[in-house]
Structures are given as C-alpha cells and as structure tokens.
Design a protein around this ligand. Structure first.
Ligand code: IMP
Ligand code: MG
Length: 184
C-alpha cells in the first residue's frame, strides 16, 4: 500500500516512514543477535500491537529463537490507558532458564510493561528485557526503561505498523499521527 492510498487521508501526517522502520528493525536485529549469542532466547510478542514489528524483527535475528505470545489489555478511553491491566492470554510454555525479550509496539505510561515484568518475574527466566518500537517518554506515569528502543516520539497518538485506534489502522505500512477529526 502506497502513502497515496485512501487510508492515509485519515492521517494528519506521517511520523516514521516504512524505510526508516525497516532500517531501524534491521539494526536492532543485528544488535540482538550480538547480545544474545549462545543464549537461549525467547521473543515474547505482546498482542496485538506488536505483531508487525515482531514478525519483521524476528527475521532480522540470526539465532534459533523461540516465540511466545501474550495478550494484555488496559481499560480506558481509546487514546489513554486506565492503569488497570488484565492478562487475556498467558504464556504457553515454561520459561525457566530462558532469556525473555518482550517485544512491544509502544511504551507510553509504562503501566502495561511494568505490570507485565512483575507478572513474569519469579517464573525462573534467566533474564527479562524489553524491546519497543516506539517510546513516548512524555507519557510516563511509572518508572520504566526499555532496553531497546527504535524511535523516541512526541506525545501524539499514533497509528500504523501494528498500532491501532479502536482496532483500526494496524494495516498502515508507515506510522502516522491520526487526524483529531477522526476521533472527535
Ligand atoms: P502504556 O501502558 O501506557 O505504556 O501503554 C501501552 C499500550 O497503550 C501500548 O501497548 C498500546 O497498545 C497503547 N498505546 C499507547 N500509546 C499509543 C499510541 O499512540 N497509539 C496506539 N496505541 C497506543
Ligand atoms: Mg498494545
């Protein structure tokens, strides 16, 4: 889909292009390959927002990685978290002795990932780290630092490359700021 496609008319502007994303994902994959050489690495995809990032990133990692999927939701309005996190789908396998890399689309308040990290701690993982495509430091409500960040962005609500507004716009190949008129 090209940026001239109809779906792009709902955007105020494009914030990160598909080319910029591809380059950042390639370099992150190379870094993870170096950092986890010789370790039993499991990539943990946080559904649904991270699916596109996850599927691209795993193909840039030159190691025999495992994959796991979890679904979490935090209730609230469409553009702000409530601070209440619920696990909707947990891990399928035991993670004892494994190095877990949580793959997330965006860290905003930090509430989701700090809850998730606590939830996973004590299950015997050798390490738990976080890789996020986007980081919005201005939105932080709890202290949380991702170990790998592709892009730091301003506080605007963004969609595309897996990120949604009301379950829509995940299929945009670039990341953009949604026009306020769409959710007004
Ligand atoms: P946090 O718990 O506030 O850090 O928010 C994490 C979750 O909120 C992410 O996994 C996203 O699902 C969602 N989120 C936060 N900011 C945005 C955004 O700008 N666009 C789409 N989803 C977002
Ligand atoms: Mg999400």
């Amino acid at each position: 889909m090209e940026p001239t496609a109809k779906l792009y008319q709902d955007l105020d502007r494009i914030l990160v292009t598909r080319e910029e994303i591809a380059q950042a994902v390639r370099s992150l994959g190379a870094q993870i390959t170096r950092d986890y050489e010789g370790k039993d690495l499991v990539l943990l995809c946080i559904l649904k927002g991270a699916i596109v990032f996850f599927s691209d990133l795993m193909r840039e990692i030159d190691l025999p990685v495992g994959t796991e999927f979890m679904a979490v939701s935090s209730y609230g309005s469409a553009t702000k978290t409530s601070g209440v996190v619920q696990i909707r789908k947990d891990l399928d396998h035991d993670i004892t002795g494994k190095h877990i890399l949580i793959v997330e689309d965006i860290v905003d308040s930090g509430v989701t990932l700090s809850y998730l990290k606590k939830h996973l701690t004590g299950r015997g993982a050798a390490s738990i780290r976080i890789a996020t495509l986007l980081d919005k430091p201005a939105g932080r409500r709890v202290e949380l630092k991702a170990d790998y960040v592709c892009f730091e962005i301003p506080g605007d609500f963004v969609v595309g490359y897996g990120l949604d507004w009301n379950e829509k716009y995940r299929n945009l190949p670039d990341i953009g700021v949604l026009s306020p008129s769409v959710y007004a």
